[in-house]
Design a protein. Sequence first.
Length: 195
Amino acid sequence: MVIRNVELETVCGVTSTLPENTLPEFAFAGKSNVGKSSLINALMNRKALARTSSQPGKTQTINFYNINGDLYYVDLPGYGYAKVPQSEKVKWGRMIENYLHKSQMLKCVFLLVDIRHEPSANDKTMYDWVVYNGFRPVIIATKLDKIKRSQIQKQVKLIRTGLGMEKQDILIPFSAETKQGREDIWNLIDKMAAG
Ligand code: GTP
Ligand code: MG
């Protein structure tokens, strides 16, 4: 994918009305701090357009990035961050669910999990929820640079089993540091945007 132009076009908080976009949308979901915003930056060839932080809970809105006037990357707030008050968690949860449920242009949900860990109960719930809504989630196993090459297969298996992934479901190991996996993700998006 050639990135010519990117623009943060719409930012939605809990009380905002979601945009009625006419371009295909690709959403990035996953627990707080897993690397959603970092992945989006890598896919946009931008260092810091999507704000990232070592502190979980950085992204608190749904952010729509217009890519080349062709499609959107949708950066979602993370779930499962303990320090966020329960009332906020419920609001964000509803906002995310509402988006995934209502968007007419959503082509694919990329569900990010940390390659170092077994998926959490929240990850599993999110996976099931995406499936329930009629999507085949594509799993991105993030922070690939943090494990040894010899551990990759074992971790991939742990994630596949933990989420209860179907055989044909796609899992792509990815690192925002080395950009490993980026080409595969671009190729998928290109294919789905066209189809
Ligand atoms: P929220 O917005 O809080 O939900 O988090 P997020 O999922 O958007 O995570 P973000 O991209 O802000 O990254 C969280 C932290 O992990 C940051 O300190 C990133 O630099 C780091 N990080 C993200 N991806 C990678 C990766 O592939 N490798 C390494 N080593 N660090 C990463
Ligand atoms: Mg973020």
